[in-house]
Design a protein around this ligand. Sequence first.
Ligand code: F0G
Length: 462
Amino acid sequence: MHSKFKTIIEPFRIKMVEPIKMTTLSERKKYLEEAAYNLFQIRAENILIDLLTDSGTGAMSAAQWGKMMEGDESYAGCKSFYDMKDAVVDLTGYKHVFPTHQGRAAERILFSCIGGEGKIILNNTHFDTTRANVEYTKAEAIDLVIDEGRDPSSLHPFKGNMDLVKLENTLKQYAGSDRVQMCMMTITNNSGGGQPVSMQNIRETKAICQKYKIPFFLDACRFAENAYFIKQREDGFKNKAIKQIVQEMFSYADGCTMSAKKDAIVNMGGFLAFNDDNLAIGVQNMLILTEGFSTYGGLSGRDLAALAQGLKEVVDEDYLEYRIVSTQYLGNALIEMGVPVVRPIGGHAVYIDAKAMLPHISALQYPGQALACALYLEGGIRSVEIGSFMFGSYDKKTGAEIPSKMELVRLAIPRRVYTQSHIDFVIEVIAEVNKNKNALRGYKVVEQPPFLRHFSAKLKKL
Ligand code: F0G
């Protein structure tokens, strides 16, 4: 809505509330120690403001709750599935739609059909679960984002873009080998800072994939936020409706994986949608084997009903304006106080550049984790490290730990959950931590699992 007032309001009122608990500094110190300095191990009831993720943490609308009451719980062929399928087809145009319990289930099923030893999957940047699901099949995951996407200070408007030269070179290198199974595009590019991809880049990526006969899929978790950025930043889209932009984005791809916990604003759900009839046979078999019958895929009818409604609400421009502007509100406040953040501010989260903020902590002592722990200790705020701790990898020959390209701390904003004063509080806490940043110390991993270590590893303060 373009009114004459500069304040952009939350386009909703609150009709149900959930209390949040205040904790003391000494309580938080104890919780942090008990969690072995791993914020995933802290009970949510001991968090004041939870910016761990925007995934499944959104507030559903009255309309979504209403639709849930209408959920059809039939085992096979429930109405809620067809409502959900219609909503997905309306946006994507894809022929086959398979519900899954969340995004990574869609990934697991997809890669169990097309992955495997010697195979390669390309992406602008694989999200951690996507990469793990590719690698679990022994396939290789290659990231081909433009160089600006790895530079936290670059102001490129579409830092999620695929590097088309690298893409073409990679496809040329493996041409005729049958190794590259798929090219994906993560919109917005979560691991790279929630940065959007331009329509032109989606179109050109598709053209290259077509030339080499490689299927092109979107990892579509935050498709609506990506579309809003296209409308704001790319020539020719200013007067187009968000839904039209979304439809054009999907029209260039052959399919998508989706975590509905993001831009379908539900607490659980996902889907896999595409056109390929052959792939549909394998996917349906795996879905039935591991998730559930093909018209519910691990979800209740009521979940499917809420998902269908969420897909309609998320393309509302007033909602998206509030969403993007409120993320920028936090980001701009941090820029003003001199805290280094990934710029431009992403769609769903603000990413603090911990490498720049804490240069006295080396990458393999996890400056991001040091900052995330400090934010919890100071103000009960939970964020997540996206850096050498999350992407911990080791040289295959020497066993030496390899640092990540960036050391980020993500402050992800749940959809329709926190008000501006919650965010003002977050800004104050960060200011306080920033003032005392030179006293922060790094961490050491003392125990870790073989995959996705950041969820359960134990750390020790140095
Ligand atoms: N792809 C992207 C780009 C994601 O951000 C996520 C999840 C997934 C796939 C997997 O979806 O969680 O439903 O299985 N991202 C969450 C996050 C966890 O915090 O960014 P899922």
